[in-house]
Ligand binder design. Structure first.
Ligand SMILES: [Zn+2]
Length: 356
C-alpha cells in the first residue's frame, strides 16, 4: 500500500508541473470548471521543522497558504461564498462569477486560532463541520497518537485479535510504512469495536493519555459558539463519532446525523443546515446515507468525492463533491489549483464523468 502511495506521489511530482506549465488545464476549463467549487480543508497550522507522517501532515495547510488561496481565487475572478449562498446559486442559477466555498472538516482548534483571523481579515465566509465528540472531549484522535508514537519509538509490538505484531520503525520510510499498516488495522472492522482495537495497539505504551490529544487539538464549545455568532461563519454537522457510516445500521446513521446537528444547535442557539459525511468517499457513503441526510432536512451535504459543481447538482444537494486542498500534494504551489478547479485532474480521477 505504501509503495502505491510512493508511486502516486512521484507521479504527482512529475506530472503536475508538466500539466501546469503546458497550460493543459485550459483544454478542460470550458467543460469541467462548472459553476464553482467547494474546497475541503481540515487544519491550518504554522509550518514545523519536525518530521511528520505524511498522511496527517497532508491534512494541514499553513496560514500563509490559506491566504494565498484566497488571493488566488480573487485574482482568478472567483466569488467566495457561504454554503447557503452556494445552494441558492444552484437553485436560482444567479451568479455571473464562478463561486468557491471554504469548508473545514472535523472541528480542530486551529480553525479558530489560525484560519478564523485570516477569514476575518478578508471578510470571507467559511463553514466548519463539527464532529461533536471533539468539543465534548470524548473523541480519541488515534491517528495523531499513532503518529507521535511511531515518530518516538524504534520498535512497536502488540497483540491484535489474537495475533502478534512486531514492527521495526527506525528509519523514516519504516515509520511511514508502519503507520500505514497500523492505520489499516484500526480502520478495518466494525465502528462499535473501534475503541477496543485502539486499546490493543497502544496496550504496551501505558503512559499514553487518550484524551489529552483531544483537549489539545479540538475546538471548544465556547470557540464554536463565538464563531457561530459571526455572520461569516456557518457551523455544519459532521456526526457525533466520525464513524464509517455505511458500516452502521440505518437507525445509527440517523442518530449520528441528527444527534450532532441537535447538539450543535443546543450549544450555539443557531440553526445547523449543512452536513459533511465523515471520510465521505464511495467506500464509506452511498445512496442510503444520501437519503438519510436528505430526510434529516440538511440544505446541503458534502462528500469527499472529487469534483466541481455543475447545474445538475441542483437536484443533488445531498451529495455535493468537493476539491480537497493539499499543500503538500501540490508542492506548496497554490497555482496548481488551476489543475483542480478547471477540472483537468477531477476529469482524470472520475474517468471523464462530470457529475460524481
Ligand atoms: Zn472528518
Amino acid at each position: 500500500m505504501v509503495y502505491s502511495k510512493i508511486i502516486k506521489r512521484t507521479t504527482a511530482n512529475l506530472i503536475f508541473p508538466l500539466l501546469f506549465h503546458s497550460r493543459s488545464y485550459l483544454l478542460s476549463k470550458p467543460f469541467y470548471c462548472g459553476l464553482g467549487s467547494i474546497l475541503t480543508f481540515h487544519r491550518v497550522c504554522p509550518g514545523t521543522p519536525k518530521p511528520r507522517i505524511r498522511g496527517n501532515a497532508g491534512l494541514e495547510v499553513t496560514p500563509e497558504y490559506l491566504e494565498n488561496t484566497i488571493r488566488f481565487l480573487s485574482q482568478n475572478n472567483y466569488e467566495i461564498v457561504s454554503m447557503t449562498r452556494a445552494s441558492q446559486i444552484l437553485k436560482t442559477g444567479n451568479s455571473c462569477k464562478k463561486f468557491a466555498v471554504f469548508t473545514f472538516d472535523d472541528g480542530y482548534i486551529d480553525n479558530y486560532l489560525y484560519a478564523y483571523p485570516v477569514f476575518k481579515k478578508y471578510g470571507i465566509p467559511f463553514t466548519v463541520y463539527v464532529t461533536t465528540q471533539l468539543p465534548d472531549g470524548e473523541a480519541i484522535l488515534w491517528w495523531y497518537l499513532l503518529e507521535d508514537l511511531i515518530l518516538k519509538v524504534e520498535r512497536i509490538e502488540f497483540e491484535f485479535n489474537g495475533r502478534r505484531y512486531n514492527y521495526n520503525c527506525k528509519t523514516y520510510y519504516e515509520k511511514e510504512w508502519v503507520y500505514q499498516e497500523i492505520h489499516r488495522l484500526i480502520i478495518s472492522g466494525s465502528p462499535e469495536n473501534l475503541n477496543f482495537r485502539i486499546q490493543q495497539i497502544f496496550k504496551n505504551f501505558s503512559n499514553i493519555n487518550f484524551r489529552e490529544k483531544t483537549s489539545e487539538l479540538a475546538l471548544s464549545w465556547n470557540q464554536i459558539r463565538e464563531m457561530s455568532e459571526d455572520p461569516l461563519v456557518e457551523i455544519g454537522a459532521h456526526t457525533i463519532r466520525h464513524h464509517v457510516l455505511n458500516k452502521l445500521s440505518e437507525a445509527a446513521v440517523l442518530e449520528e446525523m441528527e444527534g450532532s446537528r441537535d447538539k450543535i444547535e443546543l450549544k450555539t442557539s443557531q440553526q445547523v443546515e449543512h452536513f459533511s459525511y465523515p471520510f465521505g468517499t464511495s467506500r464509506e457513503v452511498g445512496q442510503r446515507e444520501f437519503r438519510i441526510a436528505k430526510k434529516c432536512g440538511f440544505k446541503t451535504s458534502t462528500t469527499s468525492s472529487i469534483g466541481n459543481i455543475f447545474p445538475e447538482h441542483e437536484g443533488l444537494l445531498n451529495k455535493l463533491p468537493r476539491i480537497p486542498i493539499n499543500q503538500k500534494r501540490d508542492s506548496g504551489k497554490v497555482d496548481y489549483l488551476k489543475l483542480w478547479l478547471n477540472g483537468l485532474l477531477p476529469l482524470c480521477v472520475n474517468k471523464l464523468k462530470r457529475v460524481v
